[in-house]
Design a protein around this ligand. Sequence first.
Ligand SMILES: [Zn+2]
Length: 360
Amino acid sequence: MVNKIKILLVLLLLCTSGCVTVPSGENIPAYSIGGVTYYPLVSLCDLRQVTIQYDTLLRTAYLSKDAKSVKLRIGDGLVLVNNNAMHLSAPIDIYQGAIVVPRQFKEQVFDMLFKHPAAVHRRTVAAKIKLNKIVIDAGHGGNDPGAIGKNGLREKDVNLDIAKRLNALLRAEGVQTVLTRSTDSFVPLSSRVSIANRSGADLFISIHSNANRSRSLSGFEVYYVAPSVSDSKRAALTARSVPLNLKEAVFANNSTDLKTIVWDMIYNNSRAESIELSRSLCKIMDANIDANILGVKNARFQVLRGIRTPGILIEVGFVSNLNEERLLKTAAYRQKLAEGILEGIREYSQNMALVEVISR
Ligand SMILES: [Zn+2]
């Protein structure tokens, strides 16, 4: 009897405060708050094994799984999905002491980003590359041979051949490409940068071959650019994020701390994309070629500096290593490398395309 009264009291409280529990159909509770269906964030994360961290000071939650991330703040309808802003029609809220997210967030962000394991397997292997244009930069050329192997293999020739192979593969998939050079000619770094920036491409990929005094060193590695811009240059760099419509929506509530977080994230956006692409590439290469995968590194290469799109520099192998020089000489190995780069781009573009779908 006492219990029944308690239940009645709870129900009465829920009704007067405009909240009722409604079935969600997925074994997680759902609440109706002000006519909007909400779900407890922790339950959603548990269900899909998504890591959740909460910053009590900023009232901000960070969700992450694999290379995907979502940042959200209580009381705010702005969420950052893989560092891209998206606006929800209802804000993130607190209910019964727990963070709750509106149905729109669950369906358009969470479920799409953190797919159920079964759903991931059903995805076709060769998904379409969802990028419009890619700049392919074959390092060195003309009177600049780059590194030279013990048996005479010249870096500039390896780079150009792989660039051309990658170009053909991308074109076959309907992706527009721009080559900074398509012949054995010298192109200054500054010209490579301006070609990239003028092209309006989604990606810049610079192809190089490595050399080291130690002939035992071998392997594939990818570099992304380190941030080296001053604060005054941030505005120019973030210009490409204008479609996010930050001015009106994000800063309307005039919360300075959020403003700082958002700008930081958008400033870091193209770097984050570069890192994500680098990781995709190393993962694919690890599965496809026999070489050591030396991993993702951060460096201030001149050619990557000034480029306003996500950009990476790939060192496909060491011409100074006798075994790799022999491999890099063969068309078969160069093709394998080009195909690996293509698959890395494909995986990266799938993640990026998902963000675009979500933020539309
Ligand atoms: Zn080089």
